[in-house]
Ligand binder design. Structure first.
Ligand code: NAD
Ligand code: ZN
Length: 345
């Protein structure tokens, strides 16, 4: 089968021919119908050789949906031909977190060498992807694969990030979204669907700000040195109750710290390498809560897919073939993808 692999540190990924996998006991083989490209893949492909944590070559793609193609011995609960989304942050399956569906918070996964597809295990940017357990599969129930693929990360991650802040997103509250890319443009829609808060979107690109406005942002601002002051102005001086940073660079975290309200939430989703000082004298207003969430839970994925089926969120997609995926990553790197790049293999 064809697969997009990251083969050598520092080199562009390549489409190669590899053997079609066979499902072992307990595993499910999924024929991929759509797979999304995430900025995290660029972060991974930017890591230096001496710190690279995964075995190479590695098939990329941690946002995948498809149809069940074959069942390993002992697998029950799914049937061949069923359309499913792959839940990516695999855990041990047996601990308290995993029992709650919060496999993204499994404390044992790393120690057991359990790695998500596309981030250590063979991913979904291929004709087929092997899934370790049927519990990682969530039925699409009629949702378009093109829509569903990005929702498994670009939808799930902001949904999880926003849910923790819902008690602070009241009528009259303000939520700031920094970085309106794949995750951010879905965050704007999720905020509108889940809360009455005013949504302020920030980006460095006017085109992305246009998309933010289309997706329901009440205000759009260029992400520059004036941004924090403008957010203060828009909020009558008090600042925003919730700031979600989908960039995570030093400069955007400085905007977050300078624009969050007393007792607000700063949620850092982006892997931009910046850090936030938490503590008295660190620059944050009193009682601010800071968090850097990882992906989301299995039940949250079910909820995001349901929101899409109900028409509350829809991903703005650019479609590519597997052969075009290396070029799609280049365009993502250059900031030229509006919404999410999705590969139809
Ligand atoms: P993307 O490239 O689609 O979007 C990034 C957006 O940020 C673009 O619109 C870009 O124009 C904008 N941007 C860049 N610099 C900016 C600045 N200084 N101020 C404001 N906007 C700026 O990326 P994505 O796939 O949506 O991912 C967003 C981030 O989230 C990445 O860092 C990714 O690695 C991370 N991520 C984290 C998790 C998690 O579990 N925490 C999951 C998925 C992705
Ligand atoms: Zn676990």
């Amino acid at each position: 089968m064809k697969a997009l692999q990251y083969r050598r540190v520092g080199r562009a990924p390549e489409v190669v021919e590899i053997p079609k996998p066979e499902p072992g006991p307990g595993q499910v083989l999924v024929k991929v119908t759509a797979a999304g490209l995430c900025h995290s893949d660029l972060a991974v492909m930017g890591w230096p050789e001496d710190q690279f944590p995964y075995a190479l070559p590695m098939t990329l793609g941690h946002e995948g949906v498809g149809t069940v193609a074959a069942l390993g011995a002992g697998v029950t609960g799914v049937s061949e031909g069923e359309a499913v989304a792959v839940y990516g942050p695999w855990g041990c399956g047996g601990c308290h977190s995993c029992a709650e569906g919060k496999e993204n918070c499994c404390p044992h996964a790393a120690g057991l060498g359990i790695l998500p597809p596309g981030l250590g295990s063979p991913g979904a940017l291929a004709e087929y992807v092997l899934v370790d357990s049927p519990r990682h599969l969530v039925p699409l129930h009629g949702l378009d694969p093109l829509q569903a693929a990005p929702l498994t990360d670009a939808g799930l991650t902001p949904y999880h990030a926003i849910r923790r802040s819902l008690p602070k997103l009241l009528p009259g509250s303000t939520a700031v979204v920094i970085g309106v890319g794949g995750l951010g443009h879905l965050a704007v829609q999720l905020l509108r669907a889940l809360s009455p808060a005013r949504v302020v979107a920030l980006d460095v690109s006017k085109e992305k700000l246009g998309l933010a406005a289309e997706m329901g942002a009440h205000e759009t601002l260029l992400s520059d040195g004036e941004a924090a002051a403008r957010i203060r102005e828009l909020t009558g001086g008090t600042g925003a109750e919730v700031v979600l940073d989908f960039v995570g660079a030093g400069t955007t975290l400085a905007v977050a710290a300078a624009s969050v309200a007393v007792a607000g939430d700063v949620t850092v989703v982006g892997l931009g390498g910046g850090t936030l000082a938490v503590g008295f004298g660190g620059g944050l207003p009193f009682e601010v809560s800071a968090c850097f969430p990882y992906w989301g839970s299995r039940t949250e994925l079910m909820e995001v897919l349901e929101l899409a089926r109900q028409g509350h969120v829809s991903c703005h997609v650019e479609i590519f073939t597997l052969e075009q995926a290396p070029e799609a990553y280049e365009r993502l790197h250059a900031g030229e993808i509006n919404g999410r790049a999705v590969v139809l293999p």
